[in-house]
Design a binder for this molecule. Structure first.
Ligand code: ADP
Ligand code: MG
Length: 632
């Protein structure tokens, strides 16, 4: 999506008015909410002083529990405690089959497109589970700030597709939150460090959490971040470090990894504590309570820890190398490396990352909170709380969006460079008598002919009530939200039947392609207009031919004698021939006019006969008042 820096009129708040806004890091394991107060972005704690909310929701017969208490209940009540909503959100039933097998939940089999999980409180979808988490965080923000939130920015992984993004927004709506926009997690981290205010350049975001690893290469261009490449491993994180250390501890204590579950859990807990302590200390004492009684005492040094986790850290470095290559840059091109996720506190991780990129990574902001903080900064800007002279980042629609009309012409509904979000509607009508369906072809581009534009989506509107050609009113609405998602709806106004589609117009288009499409429209502008006029005249000719043929089939026998019928037919054939072969708009237009003149007598006769029929059996004065229905 191309972007421009513009201060949007009306969006900046009045000096005395401060809109409440928050940034939410909706994480796989933990979630956070942050807000900007007195110019400083900070995460908000709950009543017990805890900033992170475990992303766990437990459904009981009595209600819903979210966070720490749900997390603690998970092992005892695995079926009703959902801890992986983010891995399922926006996925279809087929997609979650593979993930679902690793999860303890009971999925409801059925023909719904969205996976549903059976719980004590009824069947729930991943969207509903996420909504519970968002409700708690939104509530925390409203309570802390003492008012309603005007809007929030929610972060999502850079690799989330449209469906996953849409589902995340649905969850927010369900939680009663207005979403200013979704923000990519790596972008949020870069914003937290103020990289968006620096010079144009390339940055890397290294995110190593408890269970997942993500790396993204971002390019800042005119104040806007573009994701150049992303990669990672959904099954690599601090938990694996713990396992490596625990294995070593058990071996040292002569217990072996076939120890019972309780001992394993205990060893993992000790391993994690030792690993975290080694960020500050060079060596720590470790104690293991032995299953046969007694205690094992030992020491874990930084060097030993580094040795144990090195194979895992190296895996992340290999992934970084691949992603840098995918982005088409070299490590020398990368200006800053931002560290995200609790595991980047580990010194070995920092060392290896610094080695790869040849510079010290940015670690000043708490790596658990950096994403939420970036989201809060962005939310504050979008709420209009910045002074008037401060620039706002606004997305614009880079290429015109429209639909195909008769003859393969494009009708632009949202012109290029319109700031988004935006919604525009236009009315269309049917081409044939009794037409009951209409094909809507959504296109993108500046050219006059559909063939020269990019096709985005097609859908059909069915169930249009039978009417004469041109009488139906079909309202087509285009709405582009702040994330660039386009929603198109066609609605027949009298019956209310409607159909719609959603697409991401920027999907797969590079800046160069957009520029190329614009250049082509300028190069072809003159020729395109000529072609458009010709097509328009031909469409009009077709409409006249259709209408006349329909009329003839209906009442020619009654109203015309054989000679008159032959005259009308001949005139009709002349227009058919011109409309088929002519390359001149003026010729087609002249032929239409000629046909209208040739058939004037017939049209007049039809009108008289129509009036006579309508009046049969009625008194004239019944018609003296207009009765509502107009003929346009
Ligand atoms: P997630 O993104 O998966 O929710 P987090 O970003 O919260 O995970 O990171 C959790 C991980 O960070 C855990 O594995 C934890 O042990 C690790 N971690 C936390 N503090 C430290 C530390 N000081 N040194 C090393 N690892 C740490
Ligand atoms: Mg995280």
């Amino acid at each position: 999506m191309a972007l421009l820096q513009i201060a949007e009129p009306g969006l900046a708040a009045a000096p005395h008015e401060h809109r409440l806004a928050a940034g939410i890091d909706l994480g796989t394991t933990n979630s956070l909410v942050a807000t900007v107060r007195s110019g400083v972005a900070e995460t908000l704690p709950d009543a017990d002083g805890r900033h992170t909310l475990p992303s766990v929701v437990r459904y009981t017969a009595g209600g819903v529990e979210v966070g720490e208490s749900a997390r603690l209940a998970a092992s005892g009540d695995p079926l009703n405690t959902i801890a992986s909503a983010k891995r399922l959100i926006g996925r279809g039933v087929a997609d979650v089959k593979s993930i679902g097998e690793e999860l303890p939940y009971e999925f409801v089999s059925g023909d719904s497109a969205v996976p549903r999980i059976r719980t004590l409180a009824g069947d729930v979808t991943p969207v509903e589970v996420s909504a519970e988490i968002l409700k708690v965080l939104g509530g925390r923000a409203q309570q802390t700030l003492g008012g309603e939130l005007a809007g929030v920015v929610i972060t999502v992984p850079a690799y989330f597709d449209d469906a996953q993004r849409q589902a995340t927004k649905d969850a927010a709506r369900l939680a009663g939150l207005h979403v200013y926009r979704l923000l990519n997690e790596p972008t949020a981290a870069a914003v937290a460090y103020g990289l968006d205010r620096g010079a144009d350049g390339v940055h890397a975001i290294y995110d190593l959490g408890g269970g997942t690893f993500d790396v993204s290469i971002l390019r800042l261009h005119n104040g806007v971040f573009e994701v150049m490449a992303t990669g990672g491993d959904t099954a690599l994180g601090g938990d694996d470090f713990d396992a490596a250390v625990a294995g070593w501890l058990l071996q040292q204590a002569s217990l072996g990894i076939d120890a019972d579950r309780g001992t394993l859990r205990h060893a993992l807990d000790m391993a994690r504590a030792a690993k975290e302590a080694l960020t500050d200390a060079t060596a720590v004492d470790v104690q293991l309570t032995l299953p046969q009684g007694g205690t094992w005492h030992g020491e874990l040094t930084r060097e030993r820890l580094a040795e144990l986790i090195d194979p895992l850290v190296r895996k992340t470095i290999t992934t970084c190398r691949r992603v840098i290559r995918d982005a088409g840059v070299s490590t020398d091109d990368i200006e800053d490396v931002v560290m995200v996720g609790g595991s980047t506190r580990g010194l070995r991780v920092r060392e290896r990352v610094a080695e790869l990129f040849g510079r010290e990574p940015l670690v000043d902001i708490d790596p658990d909170r950096v994403v939420a903080i970036g989201a809060a900064l962005q939310a504050d800007v979008l709420a209009g709380n910045k002074p008037d002279d401060d620039m706002l980042l606004l997305d614009v629609n880079p290429l015109s969006l429209g639909i195909e009309t008769m003859g393969g012409l494009t009708e632009k509904i949202i012109p290029r460079n319109t700031t988004i979000p935006v919604a525009r509607a236009q009315e269309f009508t049917t081409f044939k008598d009794g037409q009951s369906a209409m094909a809507v072809h959504v296109v993108q581009g500046e050219r006059e002919l559909v063939a020269d534009c990019r096709s985005l989506a097609r859908f059909e509107l069915h169930g249009i009530p039978p009417m004469v050609a041109g009488a139906a009113r079909i309202r087509v609405t285009f709405a582009v939200d702040a994330d660039g998602l386009l929603h198109v709806e066609a609605r027949e106004q009298t019956s209310g039947v409607s159909a719609s589609v959603e697409v991401k117009p920027s999907y797969g288009l590079t800046d160069d392609e957009i520029t190329g499409m614009l250049q082509a429209s300028i190069d072809h502008a003159g020729k395109d207009m000529d072609v458009r006029r010709l097509v328009e005249e031909k469409v009009e000719a077709q409409r006249v031919i259709e209408a006349l043929s329909a009329a003839l089939a209906n009442d020619a026998d009654e109203l015309l004698d054989a000679a008159e019928r032959a005259r009308v037919d001949a005139a009709l054939q002349r227009l058919v021939a011109v409309a088929e072969s002519s390359q001149s708009a003026a010729d087609v237009e002249a032929a239409i006019k000629q046909l209208e003149r040739d058939c004037e007598f017939y049209v007049e006769r039809r009108m008289n006969s129509g009036i006579r029929k309508a009046m049969a059996g009625h008194r004239v004065d019944e018609f003296s008042e207009e009765n509502g229905s107009s003929a346009d």
